[in-house]
Design a protein. Structure first.
Length: 211
């Protein structure tokens, strides 16, 4: 899996290099917020937090290109996980891992208004890249029939292709210091079952600087 991470970082560096070579301006931002899995994992994982950063290059007019790196962390609902393994008939089952994680490394584009004299600007955000998901949970206990210790693994520790879509508002000018608030929807495709992707959304508040 490490080689894929290096490959993705290489792709992101290439995108940033292309952007920087043609950029009229560069914008850096850091953000934090909350995130929540939805769909099939809505009951398994609680609300969590997200921290990330963006680098965007203004190529032409309102078009920006760059990338985003972010980390998400969610707590687990142990009772929901235990309900998933009732067929094992375990005595006093125990959840041995208590969190889900997702690392985003995603080349992205933005369409952003650029009213220098206005205190409010808006943007649309879209990206596609790889997500490192650590959703593996081990549940152990004694089988009630014969007393044998059993461990069952739910979820995966995988890298998958995904997309993110959203938009937001900037309080200030993108060419100077500004505060940005933006929700994002994330769709990560399952390599074995495309009809059952992993999904979550995040709400992010950040500070950006244009130079």
């Amino acid at each position: 899996m490490k080689k894929y991470r290096f490959f993705l970082l290489f792709c992101l560096i290439v995108v940033c290099a292309i952007g920087s070579a043609n950029a009229q301006q560069v914008r850096f931002s850091v953000d934090g917020g909350t995130s929540k899995p939805v769909g099939q994992n809505e009951d398994l994982l609680h609300w969590g937090f997200s921290v990330g950063g963006n680098i965007m290059f203004n190529i032409i007019d309102n078009f920006w290109i760059g990338g985003r790196i972010a980390y998400n962390h969610w707590g687990q609902d142990e009772s929901e996980f235990i309900d998933r393994v009732t067929h094992l008939n375990l005595t006093d089952p125990e959840v041995q891992r208590g969190a889900g994680e997702a690392l985003e490394v995603v080349p992205a584009v933005r369409l952003m208004s650029n009213y220098i004299t206005s205190p409010v600007n808006f943007f649309l955000h879209g990206g596609a890249g790889l997500y490192v998901l650590n959703l593996e949970t081990r549940i152990s206990g004694l089988r009630s029939i014969d007393g044998e210790e059993v461990t069952n693994i739910l979820g995966d520790d995988v890298m998958r292709f995904g997309v993110q879509l959203g938009g937001g508002i900037l309080l200030g000018s993108p060419r100077f210091i500004s505060v940005e608030l933006f929700p994002l929807y994330h769709l990560i495709f399952n390599g074995q079952n495309h009809s059952n992707p992993f999904q979550y959304f995040s709400i992010n508040l950040g500070v950006g600087l244009g130079i």
